[in-house]
Design a protein around this ligand. Structure first.
Ligand code: SF4
Length: 305
């Protein structure tokens, strides 16, 4: 079956089933091109909370589909590949955050969206890389102790941008955390006229070398608005698809071939096709978990308006 034949069937089923396809920027280009909406974690969560579709097919990783389900509990949310997880989300387990909460009842828990619904139950607010600085700043005014997790790197970046103090959960994204100063030096030597842009899930020493730091969406907007024409991109390679699409006359170089999230790339067009056709892999969250976990996501959306 050709790609176009698959696209035609997918379009037909979307109409018949009143389904919407949401895809993260880290998905393969073939999937981004058939999605109704492509975005980063915050934009996709906002979209999931507003859609009137009956079925949401979420092309991304497990915690993202869970977040969509939290926001649309009455809808059928499908994840094309159930095994597509997130290394960072797996670095916080429910028992550990529950224990932390019991031992630190007055600490504000700021939870990166890259976390399971089970863990989100214990958070005061959820954040994404698009809104983390704004939301951390908001809570810092309360003068209470704060925990940020599971991404220690984004937490460290937030602290470097203000005088806020955070307890950091020792988690990280294996892809971004694996970037080293020597990778940036090598890329800059190869492309001396290019600007270096990076995602805040990278380490501080790598971020210190960047011309611009931002979430996936912010990086895309930056390269689109910038007068510069060459960029070394320090985030997952899937983002180059949208950058090139919006800026056909600019040049983009991935910082390293290691910037590939294998979990995100588990989803192939065939998986999306079968998932929508047979309505496979529905996300189910027990209602007692869902009712508690959604509160931190709702709070984030309220503060992100
Ligand atoms: S790129 Fe990193 S943080 Fe994002 S889904 Fe993959 S492992 Fe998780």
């Amino acid at each position: 079956m050709t790609k176009e034949e698959m696209y035609n069937d997918i379009r037909k089923w979307k109409k018949e089933k009143n389904a919407i396809i949401l895809a993260h920027y880290y998905q393969d280009g073939d999937i981004q091109d058939i999605a109704d909406y492509v975005g980063d974690s915050l934009a996709l969560a906002q979209k999931a909370s507003k859609t009137d579709a009956d079925i949401i097919v979420f092309c991304g990783v497990h915690f993202m589909a869970e977040t969509a389900k939290l926001l649309s509990p009455q809808k059928k949310v499908l994840l094309p590949v159930m095994e597509a997880g997130c290394v960072m989300a797996d670095m916080m387990d429910e028992a550990a955050i529950k224990k932390y909460k019991e031992e630190n009842p007055d600490t504000i828990i700021l939870m990166y969206v890259n976390s399971t619904a089970n863990c989100k139950q214990y958070a005061d607010v959820c954040v994404t890389s698009s809104n983390a600085l704004k939301i951390i700043d908001h809570y810092s005014k309360l003068g209470k102790k704060m925990l940020y997790g599971p991404d220690k790197n984004l937490g460290a970046y937030a602290m470097s941008k203000s005088d806020v103090k955070l307890d950091l959960w020792p988690g990280f994204c294996g892809i971004h955390n694996g970037m080293k100063v020597k990778d940036v030096e090598a890329a800059k030597a190869k492309y001396p006229n290019a600007e270096f842009i990076a995602h805040p899930e990278c380490n501080l020493d790598v971020l210190a070398m960047a011309n611009y730091i931002g979430s996936t969406k912010q990086l895309i907007e930056y390269v689109t608005e910038s007068k510069a024409t060459e960029f070394i991109v320090g985030t997952e390679m899937g983002v180059l698809h949208e950058m090139k699409k919006r800026n056909p006359n600019k040049n983009f170089y991935i910082l390293s071939d290691r910037l590939k999230c294998y979990e995100m790339k588990l989803t192939r067009l065939e998986d999306l096709y079968n998932c929508l056709k047979d309505e496979l892999n529905e996300i189910i969250i027990p209602s007692d978990v869902s009712q508690k976990a959604v509160k931190c996501v709702d709070k984030m959306l309220e503060l992100s308006k």
